[in-house]
Design a binder for this molecule. Structure first.
Ligand SMILES: Cc1cc2nc3c(=O)[nH]c(=O)nc-3n(C[C@H](O)[C@H](O)[C@H](O)COP(=O)(O)O)c2cc1C
Length: 366
């Protein structure tokens, strides 16, 4: 049985446990998109518990900004804010990983003047209030990769232990991989192989940037959503190709964004095989895998590990209970009431109090 404590992610990178704080947007940065005092406190508390903390999605460029008060890594101006974030997480003994993000066509409207909502192609998301994005010109796609590179260099300079490329949850990287949002005819679209170009160029860029600016210990992770419901949409067959390609590269983990760690296909409802069972076969080089989705007890964490995950991330449980890892390790029930003691930024608490997504899972907000 895999031990929940002391996980060696790679040479020289030892995590105090296999629990990972799932990346969670706080909507609570300062108006200039620097880290706020409230966010500092939120991360400080979680850094004491988790082996690794993945930050909220962090904008790599202005046209990447997706949410109000989303923290940013888009210019050198943000270096002190990023350093503060890395320091506060690391002070508790966790590894600090910055999630690099571009929202693409999912950006909220009206975040700044002359907002430019871009994507792989000029196709609206199938959501209410979605806007038709502008398709990036080929040269702009290369500029966007450069934005990710610059943001990664800032993460390195600020003392982060790693970065995670946010290739999940319908944002820009996924938009390039998806046959729904990517109808391009240049090198970035047209076939499955070409839809892989943007995600893999980003990964190769990250590997090269590590070589140039960081030590071998620097962590590079990739988060992906295995399927899309849209037609056309990402299928598990598409994702097996992505996993194969990711696994050929020297990244340090692949993070599956799932609503349950044992979730089966949402496209092929007849197949009840957990997605992890299908995908792990294509993880040719056994890159560590992070699972997420509904983990609240030690048994669930252990079950996720036995299914083939190497680390388990927690989102909602870590919002309500700032001692979630200690409680789970001691077989104690977690606290599912979000209150003062949860140590959440005010705007985040306000936002999530409106989400049925939390209420449905038994979380209440006081
Ligand atoms: C408030 C909130 C904000 C989130 N923000 C992000 C984010 O910035 N980046 C991301 O990749 N996922 C984000 N997620 C998804 C979580 O990382 C996680 O995958 C999801 O909550 C499922 O895990 P859970 O069942 O443990 O909550 C967010 C989830 C919540 C509840």
């Amino acid at each position: 049985m895999k031990d929940l404590l002391n996980y060696k992610l790679k040479e020289n990178v030892l995590l105090k446990n296999r629990f990972v704080l799932a990346p969670m947007t706080t909507y609570s940065g300062n108006p200039d998109l620097t880290l706020s005092d409230e966010e500092d406190r939120y991360y400080n508390a979680r850094g004491k518990e988790f082996g690794m903390v993945i930050t909220a999605a962090t904008a790599v460029s202005q046209h990447g900004q997706a949410f109000t008060n989303q923290i940013s890594a888009m210019r050198d101006f943000y270096l002190p804010s990023l350093k503060r974030l890395a320091d506060t997480i690391k002070s508790g003994g966790a590894k600090a990983v910055l999630q690099l993000h571009h929202g693409g066509r999912m950006n909220a409207i009206g975040l700044y003047e002359n907002q430019d909502i871009v994507s792989a192609s000029s196709i609206k998301a199938e959501r209410t209030n979605a806007v038709t994005p502008r398709a990036l010109e080929t040269l702009e796609v290369y500029d966007t990769i450069e934005d990710f590179r610059q943001a990664m260099i800032r993460a390195i300079k600020s003392g982060f232990d790693g970065i995670e490329l946010h290739g999940a949850n319908t944002y820009l990287i996924q938009q390039f991989f998806s046959p729904h949002s990517n109808r391009r005819t240049d090198e970035f679209g047209g076939s499955l192989e070409k839809r892989l170009t943007f995600p893999l160029m980003l990964v190769d860029m990250a590997l090269k940037t590590r070589e140039e600016f960081a030590s071998k210990d620097f962590i590079i992770g990739y988060r992906l959503s295995p399927e899309e419901l849209e037609e056309p949409g990402i299928t598990l067959e598409d994702t097996t190709r992505l996993i194969e390609e990711l696994s050929k590269r020297k990244i340090d983990y692949i993070h599956l964004s799932l609503s349950s760690y044992k979730q089966s296909s949402v496209r092929n409802k007849d197949d009840k095989t957990p997605i992890i069972n299908i995908l792990k076969k294509h993880n040719i080089n056994n890159i560590p895998l992070i699972g997420v989705g509904g983990i609240e007890t030690k048994n669930e964490a252990l079950e996720a590990l036995s299914l083939g995950f190497d680390m388990v991330a927690m989102g909602k449980a870590a919002l309500s209970d700032k001692f979630v890892v200690t409680n789970i390790l001691n077989d104690k029930p977690i606290k599912k009431v979000i209150d003062e003691d949860s140590c959440l930024p005010t705007n985040m608490k306000k936002r999530i109090s409106e989400w049925s997504y939390l209420k449905d899972k038994g979380y209440t907000v006081k």
